[in-house]
Ligand binder design. Structure first.
Ligand code: NAD
Ligand code: TYD
Length: 377
């Protein structure tokens, strides 16, 4: 079956993995990557597939209603997988308005353009889907408690040695929203708008809320790539607070596979949580990263230990995120494919082998190159 699918934010971290997966897996689909190319968007992430016949890049801002409607009509779009967002919590603390603009108004603009276009067609919402990609951070924060008796539902263990839970409470699909950062507040608001478009206008929507992703092409302002790069450059590793905060980590390609599955098989108007059942304290990841990078660079054991620097905690720093992903496992048969240590080693190797990519994105050179290429389009 032919489908014309907009992926917003396809030049970003998760979006680029999803675009790559779908253009390779579904040659009959036309994937239209709509991305504004902010500092976080980089077309070099997609250089291997940029000439595929079933792939088109459109440089556009999701807040531009006329442009969104034009793109919907031009490509006869019948589905949207929406990832474009401002995504870094620390930036949201210093610049909350940009987060409200893109994450809230951008999502609303896209919903409205899809509604106006789809409602203008004879078949209306038949065969259409708006898949909104969101985060576990909308649910707020969990306590650290005794995880006694908590078992991973997955047949592929999320982690070999490490225990995988720091509490008995998990975010389920019905957990009440309780966002704390401007980032998560803006994402929560966008989730509500998506559900409101279903309830008010009958738009076929589906929402996924995923835990922290890691892997290749993640912008090195985020924890794992920032620390890999700093260890390589022998720079301090700024651990917020005491490094006791817990996150549930998932390899980005496993998230992309889950999105593919939910997009195709997820129930209309439903929500699916996606997570690795793989909780780690930040400080334990730092220790693992230091060991791994030192080993791969041939440094003596303990060489980079002294780089660990405890710094002032992030304002409103959520203590623990933990996703219960049993619904997507049970209903759609999804589970992570990689153990965390395996995925982290792959990730470290990728960053060490792709230093040019890291240097380009940290210097901003890629933006100058693509700005000249796409100016006027
Ligand atoms: P990212 O910051 O790497 O990429 C975001 C992309 O969106 C970039 O390519 C950027 O150019 C584009 N973009 C930003 N503003 C835009 C606008 N106004 N118009 C068009 N394009 C715009 O983000 P990511 O980490 O890949 O996250 C993608 C999505 O997944 C986000 O919605 C995020 O909330 C969600 N998410 C991320 C994680 C994670 O761990 N990274 C976890 C769960 C959910
Ligand atoms: P981050 O990658 O920003 O993701 P999020 O805040 O969305 O979970 O951060 C992951 C964890 O790492 C979070 O608890 C904050 C912490 N952190 C640091 O300790 N130092 C840093 O420099 C960064 C960027 C994050």
């Amino acid at each position: 079956m032919t489908r014309n699918i907009i992926i917003t934010g396809g030049a970003g971290f998760i979006g680029s993995h999803l675009v790559r997966l779908l253009v390779n897996k579904y040659p009959d689909y036309h994937i239209i990557n709509v991305d504004k190319l902010t500092y976080a968007g980089n077309l070099a992430n997609l250089s291997d597939i940029e000439n595929y016949p079933n792939y088109t890049f459109v440089k556009a801002d999701i807040c531009d209603y006329d442009r969104m409607l034009e793109v919907m009509k031009m490509y006869k779009v019948d589905a949207v997988i929406h990832l474009a967002a401002e995504s870094h919590v620390d930036r949201s603390i210093t610049d909350p308005f940009t987060f409200a603009r893109t994450n809230v108004m951008g999502t609303l603009t896209l919903l409205q353009a899809a509604r106006i276009y789809w409602e203008s067609l004879p078949e209306k919402y038949e065969g259409k889907r708006f898949h909104h990609v969101s985060t576990d951070e909308v649910y707020g924060a969990l306590e650290l408690t005794d995880p006694d008796g908590v078992e991973s539902p997955f047949t592929t263990a999320a982690s070999s040695e490490h225990h995988h839970a720091y509490g008995r409470d998990f975010f389920v699909e019905t957990t009440k929203y309780n966002p704390h950062s401007p980032y998560s507040a803006a994402k929560a608001s966008s989730d509500h708008f998506v559900r409101a478009y279903h309830d008010t206008y009958g738009m076929p929507v589906v929402v996924t809320n995923c835990s922290n992703n890691y892997g290749p092409y993640q912008f090195p302002e985020k924890f794992i790539p920032l620390f890999i790069n700093n260890i390589r450059l022998h720079r301090p590793l700024p651990v917020y607070g005491r490094g006791e905060n817990v996150r549930d980590w998932l390899y980005v390609e496993d998230h992309a596979r889950a999105l593919d599955l939910v997009f195709h098989k997820g129930k209309d108007a439903d929500t699916y949580n996606i997570g690795g059942f793989n909780e780690w304290k930040n400080i334990d990841i730092v220790r693992l990263l230091v060991r791994t990078v030192d080993r791969l660079l041939g440094n003596p054991e303990g060489y980079s230990d002294s780089l660990v620097t405890f710094v002032t905690d992030r304002a409103g720093h959520d203590l623990r995120y933990a996703i219960d992903s049993r619904k997507i496992y049970r209903e759609l048969g999804w589970e992570p494919s990689l153990q965390f240590e395996e995925g982290l080693e792959k990730t470290v190797r990728w960053y060490l082998e792709n230093q040019q990519w890291v240097d380009d994105v940290t210097s901003g050179d890629y933006q100058k190159y693509y700005e000249s290429m796409y100016s006027g389009r």
